[in-house]
Ligand binder design. Structure first.
Ligand code: SAM
Length: 241
C-alpha cells in the first residue's frame, strides 16, 4: 500500500465488506487493538506502531475473512496466531463460532491468554505447539470446519500446516499478498496430496489482500504433516535442489 494512502478504519472496512457488528463488538475490537499495542511494547508482536495502522492492517484485514468464511457457527483454528491475528478479531466478530489460536511460541500465547481474559471472550482458547505435531493429535486432526493462517509460511508449506486440521468438507481461508500466483502454482501438488482442492483465488476489498480458499475433499494421508521442520526444508512438490 502506498505510504501516503490513508489507513482504512474498521467501520469503513466493515461497510466495504457488508458486515454488520454491534457497538459492543466494535468496542471489543478497539480494546483488542489497544491491548496489542500495549503488549507490543514488551514483546515483538507486530511492526506496526500506530492505532490507525493496527486497525487497518491487522483488525480490518482479519475481518475481511468473514465473507470468505461464510455463515457459521464454525469450529475454526488459526495456525500461527502470534498476537491473535486473525483469530481474535474473528472470535469477537463471530461469537457463535469456537476459535482455537495455535502458536509454537508460548510467550506470545501467554499474552493472547491475557487478552482473551480481559476481553471476556468465552469462545476463544489458545493451544501451544507446532502445527506439524498438533495436527497428529486426535483432539485436533480433522476436527475443524475452517482453518485460517496469516503470515506464517509460503503456500506449499502452509497447506501442510493447515489442511490436516480440517474435517472433510471443511475449508482453508489463507490471506496472502499480491504476488500469490507463483506460490499457488508451487502449492497445487501439495494441495492435492493433502486431500484438498483449490476453490478460488480472490481479492479483498480491504487493502487489496488476496485470499486462497481450499476445500478439504479427502482425509489427509496419515503421514502428513511430516516431522517439525520437514515441510519448510522439503515442501511437497517443490524442487529444493
Ligand atoms: N498470524 C500472525 C500475524 O499475522 O500477525 C503472526 C504472524 S508471525 C510472522 C508467524 C507466527 O507463526 C509466529 O508467532 C510463529 O511462532 C508461528 N509459527 C511459525 N511456524 C509455526 C508452526 N510450525 N507451528 C505453529 N506456529 C508456528
Amino acid at each position: 500500500m502506498a505510504a501516503d494512502r490513508a489507513e482504512l478504519s474498521v467501520p469503513e472496512a466493515l461497510a466495504l465488506l457488508s458486515v454488520e457488528l454491534s457497538d459492543d463488538q466494535l468496542a471489543l475490537l478497539a480494546r483488542y487493538r489497544d491491548l496489542l499495542l500495549e503488549a507490543n511494547e514488551r514483546m515483538n508482536l507486530t511492526a506496526l506502531k500506530s492505532a490507525e495502522a493496527v486497525d487497518s492492517r491487522l483488525v480490518a484485514e482479519s475481518l475481511a475473512l468473514i465473507p470468505q468464511i461464510g455463515p457459521g457457527p464454525h469450529t475454526l483454528i488459526d495456525v500461527g496466531t502470534g498476537g491473535g491475528v486473525p483469530g481474535l478479531p474473528l472470535a469477537i466478530a463471530m461469537p457463535d463460532s469456537t476459535v482455537v489460536l495455535l502458536d509454537s511460541t508460548a510467550k506470545k500465547l501467554a499474552v493472547v491468554d491475557e487478552m482473551i481474559a480481559t476481553l471476556g471472550l468465552d469462545n476463544a482458547q489458545t493451544i501451544h505447539g507446532r502445527a506439524e505435531e498438533l495436527a497428529h493429535d486426535a483432539e485436533h486432526r480433522g476436527c475443524y470446519t475452517v482453518v485460517v493462517s496469516r503470515a506464517v509460511a509460503r503456500l506449499p508449506v502452509l497447506v501442510e500446516y493447515t489442511l490436516p486440521f480440517l474435517q472433510r468438507g471443511g475449508m482453508a481461508v489463507l490471506p496472502k499478498g499480491q504476488q500469490v500466483e507463483a506460490e499457488l502454482r508451487e502449492a497445487m501438488n501439495a494441495i492435492d496430496t493433502l486431500g484438498g482442492r483449490l476453490l478460488d483465488l480472490s481479492e479483498s476489498p480491504v487493502n487489496g489482500a488476496r485470499f486462497v480458499r481450499i476445500a478439504q475433499k479427502r482425509r489427509t494421508p496419515a503421514r502428513y504433516p511430516r516431522t517439525p521442520g520437514t515441510p519448510t526444508r522439503q515442501p511437497i512438490g517443490v524442487s529444493t535442489r
